[in-house]
Design a protein around this ligand. Structure first.
Ligand SMILES: [Fe+2]
Ligand SMILES: [Fe+2]
Length: 302
């Protein structure tokens, strides 16, 4: 029989399980947690449908149902960044001018920036890491000829959503998790598992189902550390997984990891990666990062 006060593996497991469920309940109960705007998901669904019957007028009408999205889009389009000689006053004009892909990218990015809380999200460097991963995913997607690059970038931007939630909602505990990862030189998810009983990707998985994200975003977010488990969007998940490693190796931002992990062999095989393709992607990533930093400063101001 175990000594009083000393936990057997069984009781430890029960405690772990209990702690996990309590934590999940705490996160679930958080009133301050932003809900993903329903209208953005609806707009995104429409924009990704590729139905020729959806005219530009119809798409503009749907976007106009959300005044916040609509106002932001017009502000962005009219900003000095795009250097237009005339003022764009309707969503329809913005669509004609910029095209569907750019408009879609802008809508997704601005809503994600809201959710991530810009640069004030509780873990210094996480914003830059997330943003860098989005740029890396776009660069890798283009280097590999993967379609719908803007969706890859959006998924990569949100891949560590679970960390945002953990760092902000468990503010007293999370710095200890980061400190453990650094001191023990272990991946941040191992430190999360050890101290919180849950990892950021598990929280991410739960969030994307709660927010009913479309699978093309949900799968890469939930499985960015386990790309071999992806089913419907295995390629997108593999791209986000590799982009996460690339931006860490590049040294832009800080996601809480002091050690590098290797690229999952399934992702390597799925994307038919070669050292040359990685080199090309890194070159694009470097160039895109230089340009994108100016763009994101603008997005954060709008
Ligand atoms: Fe992660
Ligand atoms: Fe990450």
């Amino acid at each position: 029989m175990a000594d009083e006060g000393q936990e057997t593996p069984d009781s430890q497991r029960l405690l772990d399980d209990l702690g996990r469920r309590l934590l999940k309940r705490r996160v679930d109960a958080l009133k301050s947690l932003p809900t993903f705007p329903e209208s953005i998901l609806r707009i995104n669904e429409l924009l990704t449908r590729d139905d020729p019957a959806d005219s530009m007028e119809r798409i503009a009408q749907v976007i106009e149902t959300d005044p916040v999205v609509c106002a932001r889009l017009l502000r962005l389009v009219n900003s000095a960044f795009y250097g237009l000689s005339r003022t764009v006053v309707t969503v329809y004009d913005a669509l004609l001018l910029l095209g569907l892909d750019i408009v879609k990218g802008l809508i997704l990015s601005t809503s994600v920036i809201d959710i991530l809380g810009g640069r004030r999200n509780g873990l210094a460097g996480l914003w830059e890491h997330s943003f860098g991963a989005a740029v890396a995913a776009g660069a890798l997607g283009r280097a590999l000829g993967v379609p719908r690059v803007e969706e890859l970038s959006a998924a990569a931007l949100m891949h560590d959503l679970g960390k945002v939630v953990l760092a902000s909602q468990l503010a007293p505990e999370y710095p200890g998790v980061v400190a453990k990862a650094l001191a023990d030189r272990i991946p941040i998810r191992e430190a999360e598992r050890a101290l919180l009983g849950v990892t950021h990707d598990e929280i991410g998985q739960w969030l994307v189902s709660r927010w009913r994200f479309p699978p093309v975003l949900a799968e890469p977010i939930a499985l960015h550390h386990a790309p071999a488990d992806a089913r419907k969007h295995a390629d997108a998940t593999a791209v986000v997984h590799v982009a996460d490693q690339l931006i860490r190796a590049y040294g832009f931002g800080f996601g809480g990891d002091a050690v590098m992990s290797t690229i999952d062999p399934t992702a390597w095989r799925l994307l038919s990666l070669t050292p040359e393709k990685i080199r090309v992607a890194v070159r694009h990533m470097h160039e895109d990062l230089l340009g994108a930093v100016a763009q994101v400063n603008l997005l954060l101001q709008t």
